[in-house]
Design a protein around this ligand. Structure first.
Ligand code: NDP
Length: 327
């Protein structure tokens, strides 16, 4: 899948294009590389950053995925190994910096989970909640884009930790899922609320201790009015702003001072050292059914442009995955 035409405004399927070629494989194989068959690809909001700022027109799209090693010219990998990390949106890829990939050791879970729950989004939820948000039992946690890969995990971590958990998302179906399947105490559909401030006051009447920020814009402004004294805003992402040519202004920032709120951004790649601890915590929780998870599966590499575009309009329910091959 090639970056065909420059993105202007919202990402469109026509910005990307399927092509068949094996030229790139020949050009990139060399000492220190691995040759892989891609199995599952993640559609992450991060793909848009990669496409817009790191991919040349005519080059393949890259992003997180799960792959099987077919040939290795790197001492740490051998034929047959399963890995997750940055790969190409291709059937086969040469990974030129395989040391950035993680070897998959636990295969008694669906391998596709390494694009989400057990991969980068799972680590984002874990590090963002436990390392950045300084949670305390009994606190009120509000999460935006709560029915997505990161949000639904933050909600479950917060619930297990003993917090009161509220989420916002973009459809009635997803609101119901948050409350019935993912154990959120309350949730609302931000697309149907005329007044976000009123919705937050209804669902968090005593205010918000932790805001796990995934969307930015109007939601952030409304949340600022509802933060409790010494609250924390963990800035994970601002997806409502990524496609805008002119980013929205925030009007209520003064509340950071009035309420002594700490607002802190983070990037998951700074927490990679916690990955073994994360797996140790989360694998048993999956086995015991304490963590539930949902994936939105798109079949075939050819479905990847539409699947990625869908992430920016909320078409996905849970982690958006593209299946390239199941074996
Ligand atoms: P999701 O699986 O949650 O998919 C994105 C969701 O965002 C959509 O399903 C949609 O759900 C919602 N959304 C899309 N457009 C808008 C909009 N204009 N306004 C409000 N909501 C919107 O993605 P992830 O869970 O992977 O990512 C969540 C956030 O975390 C993103 O902001 C991402 O950039 C960030 N992130 C940050 C990382 C870091 O290191 N800091 C690492 C990974 C992710 P809905 O139906 O609710 O609208």
């Amino acid at each position: 899948v090639i970056y065909r035409e420059q993105v202007r405004g919202f990402l469109k399927e026509t910005n990307l294009e399927m092509r068949t070629s094996s030229e790139r494989l020949k050009a990139n194989s060399g000492l220190g590389t691995i040759f892989v068959k891609n199995l599952y690809l993640a559609c992450d909001p991060y793909n848009l950053t990669i496409i817009k700022y790191l991919t040349q027109l005519g080059s393949p799209v890259t992003g997180y995925g799960v792959a099987r090693v077919l040939e290795s010219r790197h001492p740490n990998f051998k034929k047959g190994d399963l890995v997750w990390g940055i790969t190409g949106w291709e059937e086969y890829s040469i990974i030129t910096a395989p040391e950035t990939c993680f070897k998959i050791k636990h295969t008694n879970v669906p391998l596709s989970y390494y694009t989400g729950l057990l991969g980068m989004p799972g680590m984002t939820a874990y590090a963002g909640f436990f390392e950045v948000s300084s949670p305390k039992k009994g606190e009120t946690v509000f999460i935006s884009a709560a029915a997505g890969a990161v949000g639904l995990l933050v909600g479950q971590f917060a619930k297990m930790f003993g917090c009161y958990v509220v989420g916002s998302t973009g459809s009635k179906e997803k609101v119901d899922l948050l409350k019935t399947k993912f154990g959120f105490d309350d949730a609302f559909n931000y697309k149907e609320e005329l007044d976000l401030d009123a919705a937050l006051k209804r669902c968090c009447p005593e205010g918000i201790d932790i805001y796990f920020e995934n969307v930015g814009g109007k939601m952030l402004d409304a949340v600022l009015l509802n933060m409790k004294l010494h609250g924390r805003i963990t800035v994970c992402g601002m997806i409502s702003q990524y496609n805008l040519q002119q980013r929205e202004g925030i009007h209520n920032l003064m509340n950071l001072i009035l309420k002594r709120v700490r607002m802190e951004g983070f990037v998951v790649s700074n927490y990679q050292h916690l990955y073994p601890k994360f797996l140790e915590t989360v694998l048993p929780q999956i086995k015991e059914g304490k963590i539930v998870y949902t994936e939105d599966i798109a079949e075939g590499l050819e479905s990847s442009p539409a699947a990625l575009v869908g992430v920016f309009s909320g078409r996905n329910v849970g982690k958006q995955v593209v299946v390239v091959s199941r074996e």
